[in-house]
Structures are given as structure tokens and as C-alpha cells.
Design a protein around this ligand. Structure first.
Ligand SMILES: *Cc1c(COP(=O)(O)O)cnc(C)c1O
Length: 369
């Protein structure tokens, strides 16, 4: 077997992001010839038995991981989380509008798309502090007449994350979980709809997982002008197979979920690992005597997935990224709207990579402080 694992770097990229090596190796083994099929998974019909089995198994794993019953539909769609920004209001936003928490760049993008469809009310915004914190439940109210209440469980760019299910005050809650999906136990039943682009935490780009409660689905607004691909009815009735589904991406998601269930041992286990990684990194930042300035100082709102901080100057930040890259650590440049540095340490990111980063941070500070 040709394996170049020894050449793999520590990949801190925000997405597409690091995947479990065992999932990549299994895909590599089966790439040319899927066992029993005599052809690559990429060459098989989405109407055939093999692909049907792969889609069903990925769905079954998701249902087990999140304890979902028959009252939830599980869909594998295309167009990224960004297409969900449009589909959700097109299907569910009624006369009274919807409430959106404004937590950062991604929730703002979701709001922009919803405003094309109808009224959006913002019960809380983190704009004042450049999105460096999240609200407590008592900091906002949701209008009882709102069609739904939209939250982003983890703001990938700013590095704030809900470590609880936010209070929805009885209104159906819709959650963009793209960047922390399956990183911790989640009470899925608190949500009417959860969506996540796969490429952050559960697979490659090309597929978006949507978990839709039947209760919300039943409230779907009929509109015969709505394009068929943007209607949840199409995908619910055809079990994600109305048109050619992204077969390879779903197959990879299946392998990552298998890793999560069988090698890691489920959501509580991955949560402990994720906490351990994030604690190591945040304590390095907090104990740097101010050399590293965290974007999110409020501990309860800090993301376990995307850790953001600044150095004393942009010049040093640039140098940091360059030196880290030379040492085999890529993807540490922060997003331009926050600046500085960002380390994305999703499920598949190894603890050793954080240890290496923290060592480098201390060394860099000795040389440049
Ligand atoms: C990356 C990201 C998106 C956009 O996902 P696409 O699949 O590229 O459309 C949306 N929301 C959050 C929270 C993200 O991190």
C-alpha cells in the first residue's frame, strides 16, 4: 500500500479541514474497486444497491449518534450550508417573519438571505464587540409569533460557540451547526432543524446534512413557483435521491461517522478529546503574559473548534504563520474580519498537533517578545 502519512502536516484549516487518517486510508483502499462492486464508488449508480446501502448506513449512524427517532428526517443535500440560508426562509418564513441571533459573519449571511424572503427580527447582536461573545438566555427574547428562531451553534470566524442548547422560548429552533456538528453531545430534540456543511467536521465538501423535524416540515409553506431543488418536500419524499446525490461525499461522511462511532466511541468521547485540545491551547494563550490576546475573553463562549487570537503586531502575526508553516503547521492565518491567528481543531485534529503548536508559541514568544 502506498501511504504518505509521514508527509502529512498538522492542518489547522477552517474548512475543508483535516479528516481522520483511517477514513482516508479506507477510501484509498476502496477507491478503484469498492468491495463486491467491481467498480469505484464514484462509478456506481445512485439508483443501485451499493450506493443505496451507503446512504442508508450514513443515515443510520447519524440517527444513532444523535438519538433521532422517526419524527426527524435526515437529508443529504448539495449547495453547502449557504444554500440552506435560502431554503430555510423560502420554505418556512411566514408573514410574521423569523428571529435571528446575530452572532458573527455566518449568522449575518443567513440573515441576509432570509431578508430576501421576508421579515427578520434580531433579538440580540454581538456586533458591538466584533462578535467576541454570545448572549445568555436572559439577554434576549424570541417573539412567540416568529416562524422560527435561527442560531449558529459555532461562529467559525470569530470563535464563539454555544456550549448549551440556546433557549428558544417555545419557537421552532433552527441551527447552523456547520462547524461544530457532532463535536459534542447535542440534544437534537430541542431543534426543529439542524444543518451542517460536511467539510468542517464530518467529511469533504459537497454534501450538507439537514436534520428536519417532521413537526416543522408539516408547517412548510406551499409555493408552486419555488424551484424543485429548493423545496424540502422534494428531498423528503425522495429520501435525498430526487436527482444524483453527491455519492462520493456521502460515502466519505459514512467513513468519518464510522470512525466516530467505532474508533472514538461516540459524542461524549470526542467531546472529552476536543475539550482537552482546546484547554491546552487556551491556557497557552491565557498564560502568555499578554503576548497572545484572545479574541474571545469570556471563557463560557469560547469555541472548542476555532481558537482565535492576536499577537502584538500584524508583522509578528505574518511571521508566526510563515514559521509555523515551515514547521509543518498550516492554516493558522485568521480570517480578515478578525485578523490575527486562528487554529481550527476539529474532531479529527490530533492532540499532538496542539502540543506542537503550543511548544512553537512559547518558542516564538521567547524570540520575539
Ligand atoms: C463554513 C460555514 C458555512 C458555509 O458553508 P458552505 O458549505 O461553504 O456553504 C456556514 N455556516 C458556518 C457556521 C460555517 O462555518
Amino acid at each position: 500500500m502506498t501511504c504518505e502519512c509521514e508527509k502529512r502536516v498538522f492542518n489547522f484549516s477552517a474548512g475543508p479541514a483535516v479528516l481522520p487518517v483511517s477514513a482516508l486510508q479506507e477510501a484509498q483502499r476502496d477507491l478503484v474497486c469498492y468491495p463486491g462492486a467491481g467498480a469505484s464508488i464514484m462509478e456506481l449508480s445512485h439508483r443501485g444497491k451499493v450506493v443505496d446501502g451507503i446512504v442508508k448506513e450514513a443515515e443510520a449512524r447519524l440517527r444513532r449518534l444523535l438519538n433521532l427517532g422517526d419524527d426527524y428526517h435526515v437529508l443529504f443535500l448539495q449547495g453547502g450550508a449557504t444554500t440552506q440560508f435560502s431554503m430555510i426562509p423560502m420554505n418556512f418564513l411566514g408573514e410574521n417573519g423569523a428571529d435571528y441571533l446575530e452572532e458573527g459573519t455566518w449568522s449575518k449571511k443567513a440573515m441576509t438571505e432570509a431578508r430576501r424572503v421576508g421579515k427578520v427580527v434580531v433579538p440580540w447582536s454581538g456586533k458591538e464587540g466584533n462578535y467576541n461573545r454570545l448572549p445568555a438566555d436572559s439577554d434576549y427574547k424570541v417573539r412567540p409569533e416568529a416562524s422560527y428562531f435561527h442560531v449558529t451553534s459555532n461562529e467559525t470566524i470569530h470563535g464563539v460557540e454555544f456550549h448549551r442548547e440556546p433557549e428558544a422560548y417555545g419557537v421552532p429552533m433552527v441551527c447552523d451547526a456547520s462547524s461544530d456538528f457532532l463535536s459534542r453531545p447535542m440534544d437534537a430534540h430541542k431543534y426543529a432543524l439542524i444543518y451542517a456543511g460536511a467539510q468542517k467536521n464530518i467529511g469533504p465538501a459537497g454534501v450538507t446534512v439537514v436534520i428536519l423535524s417532521d413537526a416543522l416540515y408539516q408547517k412548510r409553506i406551499e409555493d408552486e413557483k419555488r424551484p424543485i431543488m429548493l423545496d424540502y418536500k422534494t428531498h423528503v419524499e425522495n429520501k435525498s435521491l430526487y436527482n444524483t446525490c453527491p455519492v462520493f461525499s456521502i460515502y466519505m461522511v459514512g467513513l468519518v461517522l464510522k470512525w466516530l462511532e467505532e474508533e472514538i466511541g461516540g459524542l461524549e468521547k470526542i467531546y472529552q478529546l476536543n475539550k482537552k485540545k482546546a484547554e491546552l491551547l487556551y491556557s497557552a494563550i491565557d498564560n502568555s503574559n499578554g503576548f497572545c490576546a484572545p479574541h474571545v475573553s469570556n471563557h463560557v463562549d469560547r469555541s472548542l473548534m476555532n481558537v482565535t487570537w492576536r499577537l502584538p503586531s500584524e508583522e509578528l502575526e505574518k511571521k508566526f504563520v510563515q514559521e509555523a508553516e515551515a514547521l509543518g503547521m498550516i492554516g493558522l492565518k485568521g480570517h480578515r474580519s478578525v485578523g490575527g491567528l486562528r487554529a481550527s481543531i476539529y474532531n479529527a485534529f490530533p492532540y499532538e498537533g496542539v502540543e506542537r503548536l503550543v511548544e512553537f508559541m512559547a518558542d516564538f514568544q521567547r524570540r520575539h517578545a
